[in-house]
Design a protein around this ligand. Structure first.
Ligand code: BDR
Ligand code: CA
Length: 329
């Protein structure tokens, strides 16, 4: 099987950590490298966190590059209220030993684009590194296979303002530039689909039955995130946005949507809003593929069976009962 070559560009982050676990457990993917950007946490702390997760997953071989420490224009506002001061839910996951990250995320992205046919970039944080890379060498992106971006929203409400999703809100200028200048449709895995992906206490219990060691890691990092969801929206469990973008990279059938022109509002009341021209008012060629539908059971089956290395059909049977709210016998 020919593997899809990817760069993960992101800001770990609790759901980002889960996204990396899924990517590392997916034989269809070859991770060329991981780049970090300021978002949930500062980029350097994000890079430390990538190394922590790689250590847990026993994959210290994957190179990690640290990128932009501030948005293009706006003041940087992290999401440490959501992800904890350490970005991993104040879980005390030990620092990685014997490995370190490099600086130069933007150059790593450009070099990898130049050397790789049809590279997929999976962006799970603000788009600052990609905007800087585009500014520096736009023609390197001719080699890009696909950009999958967890960010934005179409019909769904925002998660850090009434209308804006965090990744685009954190650096709206970068998001705007990438949508305007990439030259290829961005696959926008936004809140319309990711909101449907909820990690519940019952699913965590099931994970514990499958493998206590891996489940404890996930429990530790998600506890803080679950508490935040309860305080914020009275939800039991937590929405795990980023792994859905990885699942979509592995299997594009897991989400469906439509093509449209999208712009990002860079200031004012609606700052960070992804404005999707679904009715074609602007008569512009589509620059985005906006995902609006997903199958949460298919996603959860992919996540659990892969990360816990269990046979998919039996995992699906159990998850179907759990997700329907029934008892498992
Ligand atoms: C996005 O913002 C971050 O908090 C998450 O990691 C995800 O990438 C959701 O809006
Ligand atoms: Ca993220």
């Amino acid at each position: 099987m020919e593997k899809k070559k990817i760069i993960l560009d992101y800001d770990p982050g609790i759901d980002d950590a889960l996204a990396l676990m899924l990517a590392l457990s997916s034989p269809e993917l070859h991770i060329c490298g991981i780049t970090t950007v300021c978002g949930n946490v500062p980029a350097e702390l994000g890079a430390d966190n990538v190394l922590r997760v790689l250590q847990f997953m026993n994959r210290p071989d994957i190179p990690v590059y640290c990128g932009a420490e501030k948005p293009l224009v706006r003041r940087y506002i992290s999401a440490q209220d959501t992800h904890g001061e350490d970005g991993l839910g104040e879980s005390g996951i030990p620092p990685a030993e014997g490995v370190s990250w490099h600086s130069g995320a933007v150059d790593f992205i450009l070099d990898t684009l130049c050397q790789t046919e049809a590279l997929t970039i999976v962006a799970l944080g603000p788009l600052t590194n990609l905007a800087l890379a585009l500014r520096k060498k736009q023609n390197a992106f001719q080699n890009l296979g696909r950009l999958v971006s967890m960010g934005g929203n179409f019909r769904s409400y925002g998660n850090c303002s009434p209308v804006a999703e965090y990744n685009y809100w954190c650096d709206p200028d970068a998001a705007g530039e990438v949508f305007a200048n990439l030259g290829k449709p961005i696959h926008m895995v936004g809140l319309d689909v990711t909101r449907k992906i909820v990690l519940t206490p019952n699913i965590l219990e099931y994970m514990h039955v499958l493998n206590p060691h891996t489940a404890d890691f996930i429990r530790k990092i998600t506890r803080f995130y679950c508490d935040f969801h309860w305080k914020q929206e009275k939800m039991i469990g937590c929405v795990i946005n980023d792994p859905l973008a990885v699942a979509y990279t592995v299997d594009p059938d897991i989400c469906h949507g439509f093509d449209a022109y999208t712009a990002v509002e860079t200031g004012g009341l609606c700052m960070g809003q992804s404005v999707v021209d679904s009715m074609n008012f602007w008569h512009r060629d589509p620059n985005s593929h906006v995902l609006t539908q997903t199958d949460p059971l298919a996603f959860m089956t992919m996540f659990v069976s892969r990360v816990f290395r269990k046979e998919s059909a039996s995992v699906r049977t159990v998850l179907a009962k759990i997700m329907a709210g029934g008892a498992v016998s």
